[in-house]
Design a protein around this ligand. Structure first.
Ligand SMILES: Nc1nc2c(c(=O)[nH]1)N[C@H]1C(S)=C(S)[C@@H](COP(=O)(O)OP(=O)(O)OC[C@H]3O[C@@H](n4cnc5c(=O)[nH]c(N)nc54)[C@H](O)[C@@H]3O)O[C@H]1N2
Ligand SMILES: Nc1nc2c(c(=O)[nH]1)N[C@H]1C(S)=C(S)[C@@H](COP(=O)(O)OP(=O)(O)OC[C@H]3O[C@@H](n4cnc5c(=O)[nH]c(N)nc54)[C@H](O)[C@@H]3O)O[C@H]1N2
Ligand code: SF4
Ligand SMILES: [Mo]
Length: 696
C-alpha cells in the first residue's frame, strides 16, 4: 500500500476537487509531514501530471490561516469575529439548538453542501444519514450540472459517453463550452495527442479562451445560443446528405419529428441568432458529416443559461445523426459519472426517513429561500443551516440576497470548513474539517471511468475532524442510536461501490478501472426506456414540456439600446477551483485581482482604459473589478472571471452580486451565464483595505 524508505512514505490518494479529471495523487510524507503532492504516473488518465492548483496542495493544507479549532461567534452576524471553543462545548450547543428546532419541525433545518470534496464518504454518507434521521429539509443539489445531466439522461439515458482516452484517435474534436486547458487539463493532453496525429480541433465558446487559442477553428457564438447552432448543423447534414440513415433507422427515436424541427434552422437564421458567420456553420456541418471518427467534448459551461438543458439535448443528438458512435473515437462526452454503480442508498440511507417526506429546497435559490417567512406552500421558515463542502455566500447566484439571508440574526448557522470563507464569516459555529491528506475517501469521476481510493497521508492538522466524525458526534448527542452511525470511514469506502470494485486492488494501486465497453453505443443499446438515442423524449412530453430539443432564448437577451446592453459570463479562473484556492497566496498572485475582460470597442465606447477599476452593475447589484481589454471578449460580451472570495475582492463583493436566481429549462439549475450588465469607469474608487481573517 505505501512504500517505506528511511523516514519517507509515499501515500496513494485521489484529488477531491470538482474537476472531471479526478487525478490519482502520490503524497510524500516525511516525519509525519506532507512535503509534496504529485500525480501518480501509473494512473493512465493522470499520467503523473497535476494542475498548478493541486500541485500546491501542501501550501493549502499547512496554510497559516487554516482553521485549527472550533470557533464560536462573538460579533454581529457576518462580522467574522469569533472566539475559540472546545469541541464538546461546540457540539453540545449545536445539538441542543437543533433539538429545540426539530421538536417544532425538523424541516426548519437545512443542510447545504456541494462538491468541495467529490468523495463519496466525506460528501454525503454519515451527513446524509444524519439529516435523514433528523427529517430535515432535503437539498436539491443543482448548482453546477443538473440541467446538462437531466438533458443527457433524457437523450442518451444516463450520464454516459465516450471513454476519454479514445479522443486520441479522433480526427475531428469539437470542444464545446469548455476551456479544457483550464478546467479539464488531462482531456486537453489527449486532444493534443490527437492534434499531433492530424486531428482538427474546433472550439465553440463565446470567449477566446486559452483553449480556443490553440484550436484550428474558434466559433465565438453569443452566450446561450448553442441549440440554434446545433439545430442548424442538423439542417446542413440533412440538406447536404451527411446523415447515417442506417444508424438513424436502427438506433434512434423521433427522427422524423427532429428533422422537421431542424429544417426550420437554415444557417442564415442560426448565424443571426448566434452572431457568427454563416460559413462557420456550413464548414462545421461539412466537417461533422465527412471527417471520421468525430467526437464532441461538451462541458457544463454552456448549460448555465435558460435554455441550457435544451442545448445539451440538441448537441447530444449530433453523434447519432452521423453514426459517430459506431467508432470508439467518435461520439460525445459530457459526463461519465453514470457508468459507476455507486450504492447511494446504502451510503445515504434515505430509509431512515421512514414515512416522513420532508420538503426539498433548491440550493440555487438559497438567497430567496433564506428570506422567506413560513407559509402554507413554503412550510416553515429556515431556522438552521448546516453548511459543509460548499461556500454559498461566494458561489450562489444573486449574492446580495444570499448575504442578507445569512446575516439574519435569528438564523442558526454551522459551517464545517478548512478556512474562514465568506460563508464561515456568517456562522454561529465554525467547525474545522480535515483535508484530503487527512482522511479516507473513495472517488468516482465524471471525466473517466476509474474508481480511486484516497488513504490518509497525515494526521489531522490541529484539532480538525472529518466531516463524518463531526456528524457521528452530533448524531450521538441527538440520541440517534441506529448502528449505521458507527460505520467507520474505511468501512464506508469498502461498501460504496458495487461488485465492480476490488478493494484489495484499490489498496495496492489506488485505482481500478470499470469494465465499460470501448464503443458503448456502436450498436445502439442506449440506457433510455426505448434503448435508442431519444431525439424525442416521451418523458419530457408527459411533463408538458417540449419532447424535442429547441433553441430557448436567454432570460436576459442583449439589446444594444437596453439599459444593460452587455451579456456577462463568469467562467472559472484557471488557478482557482470555484472559490477554492482563492486564499492560497501563490495562486492568487497569478490571478492578481478580480478582472472583467472586455473587447476594446466596448471599452472605448465607455471611456474605459485597460487596467482601470470599473463598476459592473445591473438592478441586482454592483461589482468592482479591473477592466482587462483584450480580444478574448467578443463585442457585446464581457467576462467576470473566477469566483473570488468577496472579502478578497475590491469592494467586498464578487461577480455573483450580479447573477440572477432564474432557473434553467431542465434540471432547476442556475443561469450564471444568462446575465445582462452595464459597465462604467470608476476613477474615484478607492479599494477597501482587504479584510483580514480574524479568529479571536
Ligand atoms: N481551473 C478550474 N478548473 C475547474 C473549475 C474551476 O473553477 N477552475 N471548475 C470545475 C467545475 S465545478 C466544473 S462544473 C467543470 C466544468 O466547468 P465549466 O463551467 O464547464 O468550465 P470551463 O471548462 O471553463 O467551461 C466553461 C467555458 O464555457 C464558455 N461558455 C460560457 N457560456 C457559454 C455558452 O453559452 N456557450 C458555449 N458554447 N460556451 C460558453 C466559457 O467561456 C468557458 O470558456 O470544471 C471544473 N474544473
Ligand atoms: N458566477 C459563477 N458562479 C458559479 C459558477 C460560475 O461558473 N460562475 N460555477 C458554479 C459551479 S459549476 C459550482 S460546482 C459551484 C461550486 O460551489 P462550491 O461547491 O461551494 O465550491 P467551492 O467554492 O469550491 O467551495 C467548496 C468549499 O468546501 C470546502 N471543503 C473542501 N473539502 C472539504 C471537506 O472535506 N470538508 C469540509 N467541511 N469542507 C470542505 C472548501 O474549503 C471550500 O471552501 O459554484 C457555482 N458558482
Ligand atoms: S483539480 Fe483536476 S486537474 Fe487538478 S489535480 Fe485535481 S483532478 Fe487533477
Ligand atoms: Mo461545477
Amino acid at each position: 500500500m505505501s512504500m517505506n524508505t528511511s523516514h519517507t512514505t509515499l501515500v496513494k490518494g485521489a484529488c477531491p476537487h470538482d474537476c472531471p479529471d479526478t487525478c490519482a495523487l502520490l503524497t510524500t510524507v516525511e516525519d509525519g509531514r506532507a512535503t509534496k503532492v504529485q500525480g501518480n504516473p501509473e494512473h493512465a488518465p493522470t499520467d503523473g501530471v497535476l494542475c498548478t492548483k493541486v500541485a500546491r496542495y501542501t501550501e493549502r493544507t499547512y496554510h497559516p490561516e487554516r482553521l485549527l479549532q472550533p470557533l464560536r461567534r462573538t460579533g454581529p452576524k457576518g462580522s467574522g469575529q469569533f472566539e475559540p471553543v472546545g469541541w464538546d462545548e461546540a457540539l453540545d450547543a449545536i445539538a441542543a439548538r437543533l433539538k429545540t428546532i426539530a421538536a417544532r419541525d425538523p424541516q426548519a433545518i437545512l443542510p447545504y453542501s456541494y462538491a468541495g470534496t467529490m468523495g463519496l464518504v466525506q460528501g454525503e454518507s454519515i451527513a446524509a444519514r444524519f439529516f435523514h434521521q433528523l427529517g430535515a429539509s432535503l437539498l436539491d443539489r443543482t448548482i453546477c450540472a443538473s440541467a446538462g445531466a437531466e438533458a443527457l439522461t433524457q437523450t442518451l439515458g444516463n450520464k454516459v459517453g465516450m471513454k476519454v482516452a479514445f479522443f486520441a484517435e479522433s480526427k475531428l474534436i469539437v470542444i464545446w463550452g469548455s476551456n479544457s486547458i483550464g478546467s479539464n487539463l488531462h482531456f486537453w493532453r489527449v486532444a493534443q495527442e490527437a492534434k499531433r496525429q492530424g486531428a482538427k480541433l474546433v472550439c465553440i465558446d463565446p470567449r477566446r479562451s486559452e483553449t480556443a487559442d490553440k484550436c484550428h477553428e474558434h466559433i465565438a457564438l453569443r452566450p446561450g445560443t448553442d441549440a440554434a447552432l446545433a439545430l442548424s448543423l442538423m439542417h446542413e447534414l440533412i440538406v447536404h446528405d451527411g446523415l447515417d440513415a442506417d444508424y438513424l433507422e436502427q438506433y434512434t427515436l423521433g427522427w422524423e419529428a427532429l428533422k422537421a424541427r431542424a429544417l426550420q434552422w437554415p444557417p442564415e437564421r442560426a448565424a443571426e441568432v448566434c452572431g457568427i458567420p454563416v460559413k462557420q456553420i456550413q464548414d462545421l456541418a461539412r466537417d461533422w458529416g465527412t471527417i471520421k471518427p468525430a467526437a464532441i467534448r461538451l462541458n457544463y459551461g454552456m448549460q448555465r443559461v435558460r435554455g441550457g438543458g435544451n442545448a445539451v439535448r440538441a448537441i447530444a443528438c449530433l453523434p447519432a445523426l452521423t453514426g459517430a458512435w459506431r467508432h470508439r473515437a467518435g461520439g460525445l462526452l459530457l459526463s461519465s459519472s453514470g457508468h459507476f454503480p455507486v450504492r447511494r442508498a446504502a451510503l445515504q440511507r434515505p430509509d431512515l426517513l421512514g414515512e416522513r417526506r420532508p420538503r426539498t429546497l433548491n440550493m440555487s435559490t438559497i438567497g430567496d429561500d433564506l428570506l422567506r417567512p413560513s407559509s402554507a406552500e413554503f412550510g416553515p421558515q429556515v431556522e438552521a443551516l448546516i453548511v459543509y463542502n460548499s461556500n454559498p455566500v461566494a458561489v450562489a447566484p444573486e449574492s446580495g440576497k444570499v448575504v442578507q439571508g445569512f446575516a439574519r440574526e435569528d438564523l442558526f448557522t454551522v459551517v464545517l470548513e478548512h478556512f474562514q470563507t465568506d460563508t464561515a464569516d456568517h456562522a454561529d459555529f465554525i467547525l474545522p474539517a480535515t483535508t484530503q491528506l487527512e482522511h479516507w475517501d473513495i472517488h468516482t469521476s465524471y471525466g473517466h471511468t476509474d474508481v480511486l481510493l484516497n488513504q490518509p497521508a497525515i494526521a489531522p492538522v490541529g484539532q480538525a475532524r472529518t466531516n463524518t466524525d463531526i456528524f457521528r458526534a452530533l448524531a450521538a448527542r441527538m440520541g440517534f442510536d441506529d448502528p449505521c452511525f458507527l460505520d467507520s470511514d474505511e468501512a464506508l469506502c469498502r461498501s460504496a461501490i458495487g461488485d465492480a470494485q476490488d478493494f484489495a486492488q484499490l489498496l495496492t494501486h489506488g485505482f481500478a478501472s470499470l469494465p465499460v465497453p470501448d464503443a458503448p453505443f456502436a450498436q445502439g443499446g442506449f440506457p433510455t426506456p426505448s434503448g435508442r438515442c431519444e431525439f424525442f423524449s416521451q418523458r419530457l412530453a408527459d411533463q408538458g414540456l417540449d419532447g424535442l430539443p429547441d433553441h430557448v432564448p436567454n432570460y436576459e437577451v442583449t439589446d444594444p439600446n437596453g439599459r444593460y446592453p452587455l451579456a456577462m459570463i463568469s467562467p472559472p479562473a484557471r488557478n482557482f477551483l470555484n472559490s477554492t484556492f482563492v486564499n492560497v497566496q501563490s495562486l492568487r498572485d497569478i490571478e492578481t485581482e478580480p478582472v472583467l475582460e472586455m473587447h476594446p470597442q466596448d471599452a472605448q465606447a465607455r471611456g474605459i482604459e485597460d487596467g482601470v477599476v470599473v463598476r459592473v452593475f445591473n438592478d441586482r447589484g454592483v461589482y468592482h473589478c479591473r477592466a482587462r481589454l483584450n480580444q478574448r471578449a467578443r463585442p457585446g460580451v464581457v467576462h467576470g472571471l473566477g469566483i473570488w472570495w468577496r472579502k478578497l475582492g475590491l469592494n467586498g463583493t464578487n461577480v455573483n452580486e450580479l447573477t440572477s436566481q432564474h432557473l434553467t429549462d431542465l434540471g432547476r439549475a442556475p443561469v450564471f451565464y444568462d446575465c445582462l450588465v452595464e459597465v462604467a469607469p470608476d476613477p474615484s474608487f478607492v479599494a477597501a483595505p482587504a479584510k483580514k481573517e480574524s479568529h479571536a
